[in-house]
Design a protein around this ligand. Structure first.
Ligand code: DGL
Length: 271
């Protein structure tokens, strides 16, 4: 196969559902000429409260779907999958794989001045300690406090971004992290960038928020160069969306996460 064909293949991105569109948004902004195939497992979302064993099984199937679309690399947008099943994806992918944990951890370790970092994510992500381990491997003197914030996922999907109830819940989850005097907070879940303003308001400017999706897009940018996989075309990229179920209000929610019109969304075969 000529290098040109290899480079023009799409990047495969998958998530447990719709949330990974925040990662697609970051990728599209940073890499506007890269073709993308997105798969959201909307029939089986959420992954965040499921056992690692089940998440691994789902991750293998999600990876196989993207492989069947002949992708040149796979970005695991889902923090839960990146935390507990990255090696499963690597085994099934046969192409380079990037998850969101290491890029988010690196960005946090670089940003913190007081070496006090907070991490928020799903129950599965926090229980795995994946962020804590990655941060402490990068800087063993950093202290990491983490907190699962499961209610943030439905709140983001409901679009409750400027509601009193959301502010109260955010305060309940995050105030203990503020008391720990963290100066950096990793948004370790695809949905949390949607709630950025509410989260920021709890810290009142005392913590820098790290969007793992954005950090991952920057990492993917570097990988494309290093692996000579960058699409040389200056055409507008082709971004395709597949889901395992079309939930109620999918397009509306999806557009909020992606920050633009979604276009055609197809049901993925085999789920
Ligand atoms: N995409 C998941 C994550 O980033 C959040 C939603 C879920 O629980 O499936 O961990």
């Amino acid at each position: 196969m000529s290098p040109k064909t290899r480079q023009s293949k799409p990047i495969g991105v998958f998530d447990s559902g719709i949330g990974g569109l925040t990662v697609v948004k970051a990728l599209m902004r940073r890499l506007p000429h890269e073709n993308i195939v997105y798969f959201g497992d909307t029939a089986r979302v959420p992954y965040g409260a499921k056992s690692a064993q089940v998440v691994r099984e789902y991750a293998a199937q999600d990876t196989d779907f993207l492989v069947s679309h002949d992708v040149k690399m796979i970005v695991v947008a889902c923090n839960t999958v990146s935390s507990v099943a990255l090696e499963v994806v690597q085994k099934h992918a046969k192409v380079p794989v990037e998850g969101v944990i290491l890029p988010g951890a690196k960005a946090a370790a670089n940003a913190t001045k007081k070496k006090r970092i907070g991490v928020i994510g799903t129950i599965g992500t926090i229980a795995s300690n994946a962020y804590t381990n990655a941060i402490r491997q990068l800087d063993s003197s950093a202290s990491v406090v983490s907190q699962a914030c499961p209610l943030f996922v439905p709140l983001a999907e409901e679009g409750w971004i400027d509601r009193e109830a959301t502010r109260l819940i955010a305060r309940e989850y995050l105030f203990p992290l503020k008391l720990q005097k963290i100066d950096t907070l990793v948004l370790g879940c695809t949905h949390y960038p949607i709630l950025r303003d509410v989260i920021q308001s709890v810290f009142d400017g005392s913590a820098e928020l790290i969007d793992s999706g954005e950090a991952t897009a920057a990492e993917v940018d570097g990988m494309l160069t290093d692996l000579d996989l960058r699409n040389k075309s200056d055409q507008k990229a082709n971004v395709q969306f597949f889901v395992s179920d079309i939930p109620h209000k999918f397009t509306e929610i999806g557009e909020r996460f992606l920050g633009q019109k979604l276009g055609r969304v197809r049901r993925a075969a085999g789920f």
